[in-house]
Design a protein around this ligand. Structure first.
Ligand code: URA
Length: 303
């Protein structure tokens, strides 16, 4: 199929992305430095319409790109500078530890990303072994440090299944910001998504309900992620919360919920700043590029 021709607006949008960043370079230089052909050959490839920037064919000279922000492809293959900064988003399964060390008691989440191809990748903060969902990895130290600084208030959203139903002022206490083991938590944003009662659910979702060895019943979706933690006993009544925080304390969601008497049974991180887990199957990752990457840099004032 003949590649789609770039319009003036495409050139302009590719240019706008590049202009806002100090590390921009000419497209032909980027191609040459990425281990591809020399600069003259790179110019020919551009004129032949074989190069795309952020998904748009660029077939004229004069476009600049920002390494690590703009995605450049040659005949569909992503080009990268040997020392480029990268960000990956992994949908961590339960049972993996956020550690760059070789396996200790649990396998390392880093095994699930292409860590051998990029020097200096680190995880941005941590998820507990039992928590699933989005965890970012990057080799950009400034970005990593800022994403973790409370000063930038990067919002992280979770789906938490907790024990019991909220009564009295428990929910308002949670929303006001609790103190637990001498740590004062800032007020999180909390929505109650649903309240479940297994006895009632078993009638409604008959086919999805399974009986655990200790006699409790649960939905299939819940038990799948708990199967490595069979010491967890499921209560009859549970509440599903969506809870957003902007600090970064250890075990913060678990501690906040425990402080109001509703311990977490299952926890999934849905988003980290502008990056969400929706289109990443569990146990897989995707590289953050283009406008999404720009947004990530923007939320911490790096663009
Ligand atoms: N809060 C927790 O309690 N655990 C996590 O893994 C992440 C946030």
């Amino acid at each position: 199929m003949r590649p789609q021709q770039a319009t003036a607006a495409d050139h302009e949008s590719a240019q706008t992305a590049a202009d806002s960043h100090p590390d921009q370079m000419r497209l032909q230089r980027f191609i040459a430095r990425s281990g591809g052909p020399g600069r003259r050959a790179a110019e020919r490839l551009i004129l032949q319409g074989r190069v795309k920037v952020n998904g748009k064919v660029i077939d004229q000279m004069g476009v600049k790109v920002t390494p690590g922000v703009d995605q450049v492809t040659l005949d569909g293959t992503v080009l990268e500078l040997p020392d480029s900064k990268v960000v990956f988003a992994l949908n961590k399964p339960v049972g993996y530890e956020c550690s760059m060390r070789p396996e200790t008691t649990h396998p390392s989440a880093a095994e699930l990303i292409p860590r051998d191809q990029y020097k200096g990748l680190v995880h941005v903060g941590r998820l507990d072994v039992a928590t699933t969902g989005i965890i970012l990895f990057t080799n950009d130290g400034d970005l990593c440090a800022r994403l973790l600084m409370p000063k930038y208030g990067v919002v992280k959203s979770y789906r938490a299944i907790v024990r019991g139903w909220f009564e009295g002022d428990e929910l308002s206490k949670l929303r006001a910001g609790v103190k637990w083991h001498n740590v004062q938590y800032s007020p999180p944003h909390v929505d109650v998504v649903e309240q479940n009662d297994i006895a009632k659910a078993s009638k409604r979702f008959h086919r999805n309900i399974i009986v655990l060895p200790h006699g409790a019943k649960t939905e299939m979706t819940t038990i799948k992620s708990l199967q490595r933690f069979d010491h967890v006993r499921l209560p009859r009544k549970t509440t599903v919360l969506r809870i957003s925080v902007h600090e970064g304390h250890n075990h913060e969601v678990r501690n906040m919920c425990a402080a109001v008497g509703h311990p977490v049974i299952e926890l999934q991180r849905l988003s980290f700043g502008p990056i969400n887990v929706n289109d990443i199957p569990v146990g897989t990752y995707r590289q953050i590029v283009g406008s999404e990457l720009q947004q990530l840099y923007q939320v911490v004032g790096l663009q």
